[in-house]
Ligand binder design. Structure first.
Ligand SMILES: NC(=O)c1ccc[n+]([C@@H]2O[C@H](COP(=O)([O-])OP(=O)(O)OC[C@H]3O[C@@H](n4cnc5c(N)ncnc54)[C@H](O)[C@@H]3O)[C@@H](O)[C@H]2O)c1
Length: 352
């Protein structure tokens, strides 16, 4: 574990253990230069404690970059609770976890993630104010997926503009992989803009239902890479862009909501550049969830949040233009822009 920690530049990593409730959790705060670290709490059955540490270190770092490139005054953090979310969750465990967050005095603010939901956030809220994503009935921001989908749409339009010279989606073909919460909202938005939409899901019945609802076309899940589309929008699991899939791809653009789309950031970002496929970095265009939480902290307004999500259009254009100008992968261009913002603000904060 110390070996893993020494390779990272995290500000603070907290191990939380409580025998009475069975809580075993790790909170990682990566960087708070821009503001308090915000990130989800994931509950997962990790094979080893080292796997849990690896995940929380990686996720918290991504949150720093996501906040920085989105222009938010937030840092990056994340938490993982080791355990089975379907059987291992109790009110006491969540509230005990909330006490650990409280002890960090606002340097970490959490939200829901895989394996946690608004009810869990409500329990955490009983112990600390440093939580977002509480239910709308309690003054929270509610479901973040429509905002996440809006951000992805903005990312797609920025790529379309770069590739075709205008950002109209009329008649453009988009394949959405994963018709879940974000995927369905995205399909709705794409259809409103008259794109021709193809949908695949591991759950074929779900793909057919969503396709029928919005006038899209359901396709077999394993055919998504072999057909020709303008845009491939991964909205399910990560690592779908890898050494096996890139040579098969027939799309001009990749832009979707899934986290960690590139199996290997360095290798596969470079491969996409060489193949001439425009890639909208995942952590940039799926920042809608984080934007939603940010708005909740400032007093939630759906209209204002949508406006913030619309900024993803210009941020994506900036990243693509840097990528093309400097002949570097788009994910690297995004990293450089995010790192520059953090470094500029660190200097300002250090000068007074
Ligand atoms: N929900 C948000 O606000 C949000 C915000 C940012 C990023 N994301 C990311 O976007 C992605 C989708 O999130 P979501 O909330 O819509 O999840 P979800 O669980 O609601 O939907 C995922 C969908 O993908 C399908 N799926 C799973 N494995 C698949 C596979 N191998 N092939 C095809 N389909 C598969 C599932 O059947 C499901 O319909 C995730 O990677 C998530 O981390 C979500």
């Amino acid at each position: 574990m110390f070996n893993q920690l020494s390779k990272c530049s995290h500000q603070n990593v907290v191990f939380c253990s409580d025998e009475d409730t069975g809580l075993q959790a790790i909170i990682a705060i990566h960087d708070t230069t821009l503001g308090p670290a915000l990130g989800g709490t994931r509950m997962w059955t990790y094979a080893t404690e080292a796997d849990a540490l690896k995940d929380v270190l990686r996720l918290s770092r991504t949150m720093t970059y996501k906040a920085a490139i989105s222009g938010l005054n937030l840092g990056g953090g994340n938490a993982v609770i080791i355990g089975d979310s379907s059987t291992g969750k109790t009110e006491a465990l969540m509230r005990r976890f909330g006490r650990f967050i409280k002890n960090l005095n606002g340097s970490f603010i959490t939200a829901e993630d895989l394996g946690t939901n608004p009810k869990d956030m409500e329990y955490i809220r009983m112990e600390t104010q440093y939580v977002t994503g509480v239910p709308e009935t309690l003054g929270g921001s509610g479901d973040p997926s429509p905002i996440a989908a809006k951000g992805v749409l903005m990312g797609i339009k920025a790529c379309i503009k770069e590739h075709f010279g205008n950002d109209s989606l009329i008649g453009r073909t988009v394949a959405v992989q994963g018709a879940g919460q974000v995927g369905e909202n995205l399909i709705h938005l794409l259809r409103e803009e008259h794109a021709k939409v193809y949908v695949s899901d591991i759950n074929e019945e779900r793909a057919m239902l969503v396709a029928a609802k919005y006038g899209a076309h359901a396709i077999a899940n394993n055919s998504i890479l072999d057909l020709e589309f303008d845009v491939y929008a991964p909205c399910a699991m990560g690592a779908t862009i890898n050494s096996e899939t890139i040579p098969r791809m027939k799309c001009a653009i990749i832009a979707g909501s899934a986290n960690n789309q590139l199996a290997d950031e360095e290798i596969h970002g470079q491969m996409l550049l060489e193949r001439g496929i425009l890639y909208a970095p995942d952590y940039l265009i799926n920042a809608g969830g984080m934007i939603n939480c940010y708005s909740e902290l400032a007093g939630y307004s759906r209209k204002r949040t949508m406006q913030l999500a619309e900024n993803i259009y210009s941020a994506t254009r900036g990243v693509l233009q840097k990528s093309i100008r400097d002949q570097i992968p788009a994910n690297r261009a995004a990293d450089i822009i995010a790192e520059k913002r953090i470094s500029d603000i660190r200097k300002i904060k250090g000068s007074f």
